[in-house]
Design a protein around this ligand. Structure first.
Ligand SMILES: Cc1cc2nc3c(=O)[nH]c(=O)nc-3n(C[C@H](O)[C@H](O)[C@H](O)COP(=O)(O)OP(=O)(O)OC[C@H]3O[C@@H](n4cnc5c(N)ncnc54)[C@H](O)[C@@H]3O)c2cc1C
Length: 369
């Protein structure tokens, strides 16, 4: 009898581990979405909705033997998962790859590709009509969105506000050498200034904003520091939330106070022989990137293969030196690659600006790209 591997979540990590084990196990990939979302292109799609035609990839082409179940896992236990449609799916191995949620437009917020495309299109039209855009958050999402808007519509005003005193604050750059981080911040800062982007740092709106995010309606808001901003639309560019509430009662002790899942170096949950976790939802100290989720998926696929066949040995995940790329639209940004150092906007555009890796993922799903 072949072992069953339940993969909970069909994002970057989940699709990679599911495809890697398809030849050796009965793989069941469970995700409420009707298509994989290539999130890396989400912010480009907001200024150019033609990208929304390419960023949703039906799961049907992913697995040859295994199956994809369109459902929501309400609880993961040591020997299987409870589905929102009712019923318990027993599994010999489980991989939790539920990632994080994030406000629209960084994450699309709908399980249906068609509805998500319509929302992207409508938001893009509203954005097109807006004269001034307010972005709350100067992390990677806020800066990347500012870059996309200022590239697509150089005449539009863009203001980015963040309570921290510098861009890219918080834990995001914690593992970077401070001098390196500062150089990257300086380069991004400079490029944003050249585009006329207004940065209000060390402050925040003193009241909640009077209109919902993503709505075309002119409003004025006052910052705690006294400046006022009049904008026609705004977006929340912070608020990442790890999707770890899926841990059932028998596993909940590995959920940390910050909602990340604690894993051992071989990416199994502490005390569990057959339950693994990968990607953004885990506390491995690595950056929240698709690159990391895919690396971890490779380690887990090898480990499950070892547990199934006895060939090889259990491997461990060690965070590699971080790679970071923040594009500012198709022609700017900054990238850090350990062997190459800090790369400027032109190099960033070359690395990421082209097809935003759509072709790579289209190939995984048997699409032409
Ligand atoms: C705007 C933006 C741009 C980015 N650009 C890059 C980039 O250029 N390069 C890079 O490396 N990284 C980039 N990232 C980061 C990257 O998207 C994440 O690190 C990556 O998605 C993490 O993969 P994951 O598999 O852990 O989770 P995700 O890709 O978030 O996938 C999680 C999946 O789990 C599903 N799920 C959640 N809960 C349940 C449940 N209870 N039951 C079943 N399924 C569930 C979700 O529907 C989702 O499909 C970007 C992120 C954003 C927001």
């Amino acid at each position: 009898m072949t072992a069953t591997v339940a993969v909970v979540g069909g994002g970057y990590g989940g699709i990679t581990v599911a495809q890697a084990l398809d030849d050796v196990a009965d793989v069941v990939l469970i995700d409420p979405k009707d298509a994989f979302v290539h999130n890396v292109a989400a912010l480009r799609a907001i200024v150019d909705p033609s990208w929304a035609e390419q960023m949703f990839m039906p799961y049907s082409g992913l697995l040859k033997r295994g199956r994809v179940v369109e459902d929501w896992v309400v609880s993961v236990e040591a020997h299987g998962v409870w589905l929102s449609s009712g019923g318990f799916m027993q599994a010999d191995y489980i991989v939790i790859a539920t990632g994080t949620s994030y406000p629209f437009p960084a994450k699309v917020g709908s399980h249906h590709a068609e509805a998500a495309r319509r929302r992207i299109q409508a938001t893009s039209e509203a954005l097109y009509q807006a004269g001034h855009v307010l972005l709350l958050g100067a992390g990677p999402v806020g800066l990347e969105l500012a870059g996309e808007i200022s590239s697509a519509w150089p005449q539009k005003g863009v203001t980015v506000v963040d309570p921290a005193g510098e861009i890219l604050s918080g834990t995001f750059m914690a593992d970077f050498d401070p001098e390196l981080s500062q150089r990257m911040r300086d380069m991004l800062h400079q490029q944003l200034m050249e585009r006329g982007t207004r940065l209000l740092l060390g402050t925040a709106p003193d009241h909640s904003l009077p209109v919902p995010a993503g709505t075309l309606q002119t409003f004025t808001t006052t910052m705690r520091s006294g400046e006022t901003v009049t904008a026609d639309i705004w977006f929340r560019c912070h608020g990442r939330q790890p999707a770890s509430r899926v841990l059932g009662r028998s596993l909940s002790m590995v959920r940390r106070h910050d909602d990340l899942i604690e894993v051992m170096p071989d990416l199994r949950l502490r005390g569990q022989r057959r339950v693994f976790a990968i990607g953004d939802v885990t506390a491995t100290g690595a950056l929240d990137t698709a690159v990391v989720a895919i690396e971890q998926a490779g380690v887990v696929a090898d480990n499950i293969r070892f547990l199934l066949t006895g060939e090889g040995e259990l491997g461990t995940y060690r965070p590699a030196q971080p790679v970071l790329s923040i594009p500012l639209g198709p022609t700017g940004g900054v990238t850090y690659i350990p062997d190459a150092g800090i790369l400027d906007g032109d190099a960033t555009a070359e690395i990421k600006g082209g097809d935003l890796f759509v072709g790579r993922y289209a190939a995984m799903f048997g699409l032409s790209g």
